[in-house]
Design a protein around this ligand. Sequence first.
Ligand SMILES: [Zn+2]
Length: 306
Amino acid sequence: MPTESKALSRTTFLASCPICGAREASEVVTFPELRFGRCAGCGLIYKQEQQPGLGDGYEEKYFRFTPAGYLARWDHRVRKCQRQILACLEFAPHARSLLDVGCSAGYVLAAAKSLGLSEMGMDFSDFAVQLCRERGFRAERGSLDKMPFADESFDIVTAKHTLEHIPSPIDGLREIHRVLRPGGVAFLIVPDAAYYKHTLMPRRGSSFRPDRRGWQHHVYFYEKNLADASARAGLTPVKAGKSIFRSRLARGPRAALEYARYAFLVGWTHGSRVTHTRREIQLISVKPGTPQALPASQAHAESAAR
Ligand SMILES: [Zn+2]
């Protein structure tokens, strides 16, 4: 049970908004172990206070599930990742290489490889890195705010549900900007701060609770926060919304199916946005500059040399 002494043990986690720097914030939710506030400047929800030690043992707590759980719906997940990468390729048709930050079991890496891209994964967890390597993918251990890669190493960087795990999302975005080649594409997915449970029942959903995602997540973005943070890191937002919205749809026998699917998803996505039942935000941004395409063989050799 929460006690006053536990409440007193919270210490400052983020003293100001990690995006706009404003110090004023209103309360979103307070537990004995942590407190989230809403920035008065930009609306970002961020962790103001946390009990020291709450995030310790990250890997053990986060990667508790078994390899069998990882394999669940593998094909479905890889297909979804393929669609997301195809959406990135619309903005970077020259792309030869992809880095997935927070590569987990390697769904994005499998999708990248199947689309002919040179794949690289990075994860905070040794367990995840090992799992990806066992599956034949290249992966390195590292943290988003300090990545073990040289400047301008990749054409596409994907970071799905990773940015909210570091206290300084701008630093993470600057790192993504650094490792991207000019003309490269960043693909981001984060939980949507506008999700109704965040406003209506912050104590009940899993997003803030210290025994659920409260200890893992440090920030919750609204759509404008994510675009703003990307721009501050030097990335130009080019497309928000589901990556499924491709400008070039299928032709031939599959066209009818794809148009029907497209229409359904447009309705679904718009509906979930206005009713605040959307759970995540997607954003595609571009690193300004002229792409200098490398032949596939050279891109492979370059990454292999690192
Ligand atoms: Zn702010």
